[in-house]
Write a protein that binds this ligand. Structure first.
Ligand code: ZN
Length: 300
């Protein structure tokens, strides 16, 4: 059986066509994944995350401000997206999608969302194109339901997972690993359990060797009940915000290694797509599909 893929049409929100956030990549990714035969029975469609679920990782006042379209302008600027109704719907749907992918991962071993990885959202506000921290919410939902006791976040987006680090800073049940560009956004980094800050122009070989060095020992040491994998494609050499120099093959090798290491130990893995930036959504959407292809290859 191919791993379930979670998607919702609301992942694509309405923002100005010339906005620097490549919103249309979500729709295009779904088309590519379908055309590649990776979702033969169709997508699994999530329910939007509820205010109660979102409040397990975020301050209730912030959740209410977002859901009622009353985000203060300063926070809206920090998020970098116009906080209109479709953007809010997208944030709730994407978070619901990561919750669903996690449930499916617990049931089937491996499942991926076609959105998610909003790792800059902190407990009290969003930032960096991230409204709600979908992975943090999903972890807290599964824990509240007694489905997991521990979790590991493997964050390979090129930007540091500062929001995730902040939310779980005093939570010994959640281990956070961030492999990111040291000189990249955010300027003020938070302390993850383990931070690997990579130099500009880091290539496939150096990147994969840094990953190999850390991942297997970390999995053996923590043996979490679930792993959330942020497979951001912004470490790619052509990414507009990346600063690193990974190739398509390097990203594919990275995804395979993470999935092999986690699933090889019998640990469930929920994959989210993370960042990927540029004016042309086609190559970005194709890079994001590498995750779904790697998941299908593992299961097949
Ligand atoms: Zn990123």
């Amino acid at each position: 059986m191919l791993p379930p893929i979670v998607h919702h049409p609301d992942y694509t929100a309405e923002i100005p066509a010339d906005h620097r956030f490549p919103m249309l990549k979500y729709r295009r990714l779904a088309e590519i994944v379908s055309a590649d035969g990776l979702a033969p029975a169709g997508f699994v469609v999530p329910e939007p995350a509820t205010a109660a679920q979102l409040s397990l990782a975020h301050d209730r006042a912030y959740v209410d401000a977002v859901l009622s379209l009353n985000v203060p302008p300063a926070i809206e600027r920090e998020i970098g997206l116009p906080m209109n109704e479709t953007v809010v719907r997208r944030a709730a749907a994407a978070t619901g999608g990561t919750i669903l992918a996690a449930r499916l991962a617990l049931a089937h071993g491996l499942a991926c969302n076609t959105a998610g990885g909003s790792h800059h959202a902190r407990s009290d506000q969003g930032a960096g194109f991230c409204t709600f921290n979908d992975v943090a919410v999903a972890i807290r939902v599964l824990m509240a339901e007694g489905l997991i006791g521990t979790a590991l976040v493997v964050d390979c987006d090129v930007h540091q997972g500062d929001g995730t680090a902040e939310i779980f800073a005093n939570d010994a049940t959640v281990t956070t690993l961030s492999l990111h560009g040291e000189k990249n956004y955010p300027v003020r980094k938070r302390q993850s359990t383990i931070d690997i800050g990579l130099a500009d122009k880091t290539d496939d070989r150096a990147y994969l060797s840094a990953l190999d060095e850390i991942l297997a020992p970390l999995l053996d040491r923590t043996h979490p009940d679930i792993v959330f994998y942020n497979a951001g494609v912004d470490p790619h050499e052509e990414d507009r915000l990346g600063r690193l120099s990974l190739s398509d093959a390097g990203l594919a090798a990275r995804d395979k290694r993470v999935i092999d290491a986690v699933r090889g130990r019998g640990i469930p893995l929920a994959g989210v797509i993370g960042g990927g930036y540029g004016a042309d959504v086609e190559p970005i959407a194709r890079r994001h599909a590498l995750l779904h292809r790697a998941a299908a290859a593992y299961a097949g």
